[in-house]
Design a protein around this ligand. Structure first.
Ligand SMILES: C[S@@+](CC[C@H](N)C(=O)[O-])C[C@H]1O[C@@H](n2cnc3c(N)ncnc32)[C@H](O)[C@@H]1O
Length: 283
């Protein structure tokens, strides 16, 4: 993963696009739509993000916090992790991350901060009540044992109609996330709702209401392609690469059969004439 360049002023980033991070446009749409749908159809519930980095996805989740709800982000924010495997992951990829930079970015778009837990994600159960959440985004360590633990916590925090979203569940550099997600699907009752190109969306409750909401949403967006698949007896919506508008192929450059405007045949004959040994010379 490579951090994108940011355009940041003294008071924070100017636009959301200027916030560094890893949050693809199709997931921004799915977060916005699913959180909005939950707000319209479900009672208040808490929101949690495990792994906030500089706030790119947290800022979007923060748009949907209603009265009576709390939003908690949990991240090491540059703190030295205890586990040595996380240490190499964190120091290699998230250098320069500080809690202050996260807070400055977040406050550029919201009036107040979420609850910030600066700790390993394994601590989240001490800060958020079990069964209180409607949405948990798992995007911290991408190593198998941490993601497996984060999923156990997500299940404990979510109420039955809550949604969990897991980042990088099918990236080539994160096989541990894939292992943890499919293990939870096949053995721990996690039910897929929609798979974007980067994130897995699921629930431990009834997946049908969220799934049919997403299907209707995608049908209304002609540029989005999706297929329905069945995994271990469960229907799932799979989002495919968006359709790109066809652009006319550039016209091929005309073939120049001349050397500086002189036909090649004539140029070759002239070179032969000018050789010191004359036109008959050669090897
Ligand atoms: C991929 S980034 C999160 C990206 C972010 N959601 C965005 O939209 O750009 C992962 C974050 O997880 C944090 N992290 C990694 N391992 C962690 C752990 N064990 N506990 C808490 N935070 C962790 C890192 O500090 C980093 O900020």
């Amino acid at each position: 993963m490579q951090a994108m360049n940011a355009r940041v002023t003294a008071s924070g980033p100017v636009r959301r696009a200027d916030v560094e991070g890893w949050f693809p446009a199709d997931d921004r749409v799915l977060f916005t739509e699913l959180l909005g749908w939950q707000s319209r159809t479900q009672p208040p519930g808490n929101l949690v993000e495990l792994g906030a980095y500089l706030g790119k996805s947290a800022i979007v989740i923060g748009d949907h916090v209603r009265d009576g709800e709390s939003f908690t982000v949990c991240d090491l924010f540059g703190m030295e992790p205890d586990a040595s495997d996380v240490r190499s992951e964190v120091t290699e990829q998230y250098g320069g991350l500080t809690r202050e930079r996260f807070e400055q970015n977040y406050l550029a778009f919201h009036d107040s901060l979420p609850v910030v837990v600066q700790a390993a994600t394994s601590e989240i159960g001490k800060h958020v009540a079990a069964g209180s959440c409607r949405f948990v985004h798992v995007d911290a360590s991408h190593l198998y044992r941490h993601v497996a633990g984060d999923l156990v916590d997500a299940r404990r925090l979510l109420r039955p109609d809550g949604l969990v979203v897991v980042d990088d569940f099918r990236a080539e550099h994160t096989p541990g996330v894939a292992a943890a997600v499919w293990e939870a699907v096949l053995g721990a009752g996690l039910r897929p709702v929609v798979l974007s190109r980067q994130k897995f969306y699921g629930t431990w409750g009834d997946p049908e209401p969220a799934r049919s909401f997403v299907e209707d949403l995608l049908r209304d967006r002609p540029r989005w392609r999706f297929v329905e698949d069945e995994i271990a007896g469960q229907r799932v919506v799979v989002v495919r690469r968006p359709i790109r508008r066809k652009t006319a192929a550039p016209a091929p450059a005309p073939v120049d059969k001349t050397e500086r405007g002189v036909p090649r045949r004539l140029a070759r004959a002239a070179r032969r004439m000018l050789r010191p040994e004359g036109p008959a010379g050669g090897r």
